[in-house]
Design a protein around this ligand. Sequence first.
Ligand code: F0G
Length: 471
Amino acid sequence: MPKKPLRTMGQQFNRRSWAEPWKIKVVEPIHMVSREEREKAIKQAGYNTFLLPASEVYIDLLTDSGTSAMSDRQWAGMMLGDESYAGSANFYHMEKAIQDYYGYKYVVPTHQGRGAEHLMSQALIKKGDTIPGNMYFTTTRLHQELAGGTFVDVIIDEAHDPENLHPFKGNVDLNKLEDLIKKVGAKKIPFVSLAGTVNMAGGQPISMENMRDVRNLCNKHGIRVYLDTTRMVENSFFIQEREEGYEDKSVAEILKESCSYTDGAWMSAKKDHLVNIGGWLAVNHEDVFEQARNMVVVYEGLHTYGGMAGRDMEALAIGITEAVQDDHIQSRIEQVRYLGSLLVDWGIPIVQPIGGHAIFLNAKEMYPHIPQDQFPAQTLTAELYLDSGIRTMERGVVSSGRDPITGDHKYPSLELVRLTIPRRVYTQAHMDITAEAVRAVYENRKNTKGLEMVYEPKYLRFFQARFEPIK
Ligand code: F0G
């Protein structure tokens, strides 16, 4: 037997790894779907991973939304559900957690993020208004458009370049914002729509400095600033890691300071808050609160439950306190990076720097021979499913939709596939399997052909559109 080389032993000895700050108490069995079953399932789903039954999926990386594993404490909280129609005790716990950790005054519960987007958009936007923001998100922009507004992207150019290593690719370009204010006038801008991390840019953060600058510029013009806080805890981790002056602050402190530069927020609690359903909006201005609280009873439910059960609100309140723990958020992001680093090592094109909640494969670069109107990213999602039963999401021309004026596709510069990592659900071994599947699909890239869209719904078409392979 040859002796192990000393160097390897040395490396092992010096190694310092991160690990999850929890152990597993309950497991949910999953099964490997055969190649034959996968071929049948993807065809039946019209080559759209949203239309696959979950029972036909092996590793589900469609989204990190509502897919978290709750802790034993959250499950215990479910038993404390106060299902009173009005004034549930759980609402007050949730309200207090939001006030304590996010710092806003008034809270309105909603069934999930888009319920809050709807109320905010209806309360704040008038027909003909312009809403600047650091890149669009699908449901956010649609609610702004349905309220009569037009979304204008004012994110820095670096965000549109998948290889640019800017540490805060979610930043607002202050010149773009100022030019827009000059062009349309401050009166036509009800608010600036910020998000952290920026989902469609690859989970990229916005810096504290940039948020402060946006606030100052908006103050000069009397414009309000609202924040999509869906993944703001993850954003706070990146600030702690990358921004000078924040290395010794806790994630919770950074989160609260970030929110202090804004007038309010909307939240999809299905992400950062480690719950399967829920959302809220929270604001500092009483007039906006009044309007939202009145509208919530029309569209969501009474203002002390907003579409959630009492037990959901309790789990959410506990989830907020777990989400802001530094060791939780570190292991969450390190797991995403573990997967991303394997792909980078193997030369597979992904968006860099690696973001907070997902790895984004660059389908444009992987399939240069497939034109964008044959949906390279959609094609890649189907290929990954066919290869290994892994479910991912298109974030390219299908998600971008059509221009309401010209009716043509909006061709985004980024044509991506998102491998979204649910929180506290999969292990490092699942990440290995996933990386190896991506490599297999990558190796077969030259033989891959695009898709044709054969059915297209009017709103948010990516959820329900159907495709067929191009012959
Ligand atoms: N804002 C952001 C940044 C989001 O990522 C989402 C949802 C929403 C708002 C809407 O919240 O789903 O609770 O109504 N994103 C999910 C995703 C769907 O897969 O990225 P919701």
